[in-house]
Design a binder for this molecule. Structure first.
Ligand code: ADP
Ligand code: ADP
Ligand code: MG
Length: 542
């Protein structure tokens, strides 16, 4: 198989991803003999947000380096000296001509938010205030700090703040600059839904404010949909070549991408569609109870943070979605189940063996992926393990790499595999979607669900990608309260009830895309938004 389908591929995958013949001799850039080649470039547009949607390793960052003048496109002639005049000749008469002229004149100024915010502390020594101070070119820094709720960490060292805080600091640092071209390489990792919506609104505000161009790579489709005006789809073969399409409307771009077929290009980019069927929410699960737990309370220190948990029952073989803002007590609950933390009130008379994938993955041993995974399970390498874990998580191509050399998405897949390879009663995965592209999210979802079913295992998945939660979960535990002050956890609820509670708290309703059934966020106060709120149906409409 091509590694995309979990089941055997019904098509000949190799044929499907053939490069369109008219492009064959015309790359914009090639890194070397038989090295990665990029065809086409996205077009920055003034006063507008341009989205880029595509797999990891397909040339998105390469494209941005060229647009920002950091890398001169060699037009495929990698053994000759690249020069911008040749590039201008190539793009004369196209949408890009103007932009390339500005790059040549050295007139384009750029701010870029890097993809892996976890790397920032390695490059910057100092506290949040010191990092942000120097970026305040538009006089809007205080506004950004307030909107992104950064004030509580202003005096903390950058190397002591969490991934979610780093993400917001990096966003503020980028948006505070005064440049022509902003490039944001993934804005959602580690942010909860409320924070994702805020980030999306800030980016839109800045685009609408003038002649600036915003370009955003994003894999959270609900947010991308809300954020972008137009969308370039990128496709090809990760690591080998990538093609950037002409801009599409966001709605069509996302739909075509999910369908795996690009209408204008007449191009199949994936053998199978990713479907968001308009399914009714899953009805109650029945199974053997794994645990029944009473009401619980836990607080840290004197009035620092307190958590109240309503009693409930967790069943074998179910996938429990856990939703709620950051800092509301989700990890605290998981730690109590694992026995590492005693509740102040309420007794847990069980000790579950818990396999835990933390939100921030820190696997930095100088060890190969295969050796690392073999040290966790003696099933490693069995055909069973290969089918259930390695293939859906696309581990084959990276087995021989060192853990320290992995990209964010690769590291995430190894961490999910490591968690599922443990022998446990309860598997807790904290934000498995972070850094995965859309296809990898769908495959990871399939792997996690199948694993629960085949092992009578119970899985708890904390995630902020609402599509992933909908695809994954049988029931939901919904947290509400005031982050960092007090939290409250509901008992496990059926999906409809849980989604309604959760989204009512956020004041967001979803409608279904007419063509694909894909959930889309309603405009606040639109007719549908008001209707659905009146009826109390925030997510499921059937
Ligand atoms: P994306 O941003 O879509 O994940 P990138 O643009 O970072 O993809 O990379 C696309 C491909 O180009 C990858 O296979 C990567 O290994 C390769 N690549 C990136 N930079 C270089 C380079 N300087 N030399 C050779 N190959 C590179
Ligand atoms: P979530 O997983 O929902 O993001 P956590 O359970 O990690 O939330 O944390 C909830 C709150 O408790 C946060 O404000 C966090 O700073 C605080 N907290 C977590 N662990 C401790 C601890 N050991 N001591 C004091 N406060 C803590
Ligand atoms: Mg990239």
């Amino acid at each position: 198989t091509c590694g995309i389908c979990v089941e055997k591929c019904p098509f000949d995958a190799i044929e499907i991803i053939n490069l369109p013949s008219e492009l064959e001799n015309d790359p914009v850039h090639r890194y070397g003999d038989n090295a990665f080649a990029l065809y086409g470039l996205p077009v920055p547009e003034a006063g507008s947000v341009t989205g880029i949607l595509g797999p990891n390793g397909i040339g998105k960052s390469t494209a941005v380096k060229m647009l920002s003048g950091e890398l001169t496109p060699n037009l495929g002639r990698h053994d000759e000296e690249a020069n911008w005049d040749a590039v201008l000749d190539r793009f004369r008469g196209t949408e890009l001509q103007n932009y390339v002229e500005k790059v040549i004149e050295g007139e384009v100024t750029v701010a870029r938010k890097p993809q892996y915010v976890d790397q920032i502390p390695k490059q910057f020594d100092g506290n949040t205030r010191e990092l942000l101070e120097v970026t305040d070119e538009r006089g809007e820094l205080d506004y950004l700090i307030e909107r992104l709720n950064i004030a509580p960490v202003m005096d903390q060292d950058i190397d002591s703040i969490s991934g979610g805080e780093l993400q917001r600091v990096a966003l503020a640092a980028t948006l505070a600059r005064d440049v022509d071209f902003y490039f944001l390489d993934e804005i959602t990792p580690y942010l909860d839904i409320g924070q994702r919506m805020t980030a999306a609104r800030l980016i839109r505000e800045l685009a609408e404010d003038g002649e600036r161009s915003m370009m955003v790579v994003e894999h959270d489709l609900a947010i991308l949909d809300l954020l972008a005006d137009t969308l370039h789809v990128t496709y090809g073969q990760p690591g080998a070549y990538g093609v950037v399409t002409d801009p599409k409307s966001v709605r069509n771009g996302i739909n075509e991408y999910l369908k795996g077929y690009l209408d204008n290009e007449n191009m199949r980019i994936r053998p199978n569609a990713i479907t968001f069927e308009e399914h009714a929410p899953r009805e109650s699960v029945s199974g053997r109870p794994l645990v029944e737990y009473p009401d619980l309370r836990k607080s840290y220190g004197e009035g620092e943070f307190s958590l109240e948990v309503d009693s409930g029952t967790i069943f074998e073989s179910e996938v429990l979605g856990i939703v709620g803002p950051n800092g509301i007590g989700k990890s605290t609950l998981a730690k109590m189940f694992a026995g590492g933390l005693e509740p102040d009130e309420g007794e847990l008379d069980f000790r579950l063996d818990i396999a835990y994938k933390p939100q921030y993955i820190d696997i930095d041993q100088p060890m190969r992926v295969d050796a690392f995974l073999a040290s966790i399970t003696d099933q490693f390498g069995s055909s069973y393990w290969d089918t259930e874990v390695a293939r859906p998580l696309q581990l084959d191509p990276i087995m021989e790499q060192n853990l320290t050399d992995l990209s964010g998405g690769e590291r995430q897949r190894v961490a999910i595999a490591a968690c599922l390879s443990e022998d446990a009663d309860l598997y807790v995965l904290d934000e498995p979607s972070a850094h995965l592209d859309v296809e990898q999210r769908v495959q990871a979802t399939t792997a996690i669900r199948r694993y629960a079913e085949n092992h009578d295992a119970t899985v708890m998945v904390i995630d902020h990608d609402i599509y992933m939660v909908d695809l994954l979960a049988d029931r939901l535990i919904v947290f509400d309260g005031e982050p960092a002050e007090h939290g409250h956890a509901s008992p496990p609820q059926e999906m409809r009830e849980g989604m309604n509670d959760f989204l009512a708290d956020l004041d967001i309703t979803f409608r279904r895309d007419e063509r694909t059934g894909r959930p889309r966020i309603n405009k606040p106060d639109s007719q549908l938004d008001r209707e659905q709120k009146r009826e109390g149906e925030y997510y499921y409409s059937v």
